[in-house]
Design a protein around this ligand. Structure first.
Ligand SMILES: [Zn+2]
Length: 238
């Protein structure tokens, strides 16, 4: 959480600059606020109702839909669902139980009017977000657009949301724009985890190149370049 709050001012800085230039307002909504939304929980319930149809698509290896929730006393959350189970499911609620090695058994009721925190792994989170936005479009006559990094394009979305949407009988598709993937010297995606954790890009410093994640977050040059040459949105910038 500390890293997150540490980085937030840089995102706010670039959003403010873009707002100034384009006169388009923005609002930041945090993940746990999003989770409280009635339509998010409705979308999650829809996925869990279709557990057997979707489990092997969302997790071909283990056939699990990884919905989990933290111990209310220490925050420990099972990554794999060894002791986490769904104990009840209705049209408007999911009941679950889990086990903390220190504090014992605990449970949760994820209902349309509840505010307890829960956690979804990446494929589940993405599918729920897509279902939520499609529902929001329909309910409020809106067009929501997702902006994702280009590394999320290709086969991955076809498996993670197109296949489930077709299995659930949807014919609508979400609107998604993929932004360029910034590459490192080897041609791989520039990895923040590698950069922060393993000092993987220390050779850039040795050569004196002005290269760093923080600097990029604080730069307005990249979106301006997109504006000048629209095609660069769909290509790598490196
Ligand atoms: Zn605990």
């Amino acid at each position: 959480m500390e890293v997150y709050y540490d980085s937030l001012p840089f995102f706010i800085d670039i959003l403010n600059k873009l707002k100034e230039k384009e006169n388009i307002d923005y609002e930041i909504r945090f993940f746990y606020d999003y989770q409280k939304d009635y339509l998010v929980k409705k979308s999650l319930i829809k996925v869990i109702e279709n557990y057997n149809i979707l489990k092997n698509t969302l997790d071909p290896k283990s056939g699990e839909i990884r919905l989990r929730f933290p111990c209310p006393k220490c925050g420990l959350t099972e990554k794999h669902l060894w002791k986490t189970q769904i104990t009840g499911l209705t049209d408007d609620a999911i009941n679950m139980s889990s086990y903390c090695p220190i504090h014992g058994e605990y449970s949760i009721r994820i209902a349309k009017d509840s505010n307890d925190k829960f956690d979804m792994n990446v494929p589940l989170r993405y599918l729920v977000k897509i279902l939520y936005l499609l529902e929001l479009n329909k309910t409020n006559n809106m067009l929501n657009v997702i902006v994702d990094g280009g590394d999320w394009s290709g086969m991955w979305p076809l498996r993670v949301y197109m296949e489930p949407l077709l299995k659930l009988g949807y014919t609508d598709v979400p609107s998604i724009i993929y932004t360029p993937t910034i590459l490192d010297w080897s041609g791989s995606k520039l990895s923040k985890r590698m950069y922060v954790g393993n000092q993987a890009y220390r050779e850039y410093y040795k050569e004196g190149l002005p290269f760093g994640v923080r600097k990029m977050q604080n730069s307005e040059e990249i979106p301006l370049k997109w504006k000048q040459s629209l095609w660069t949105i769909f290509t790598n910038l490196c």
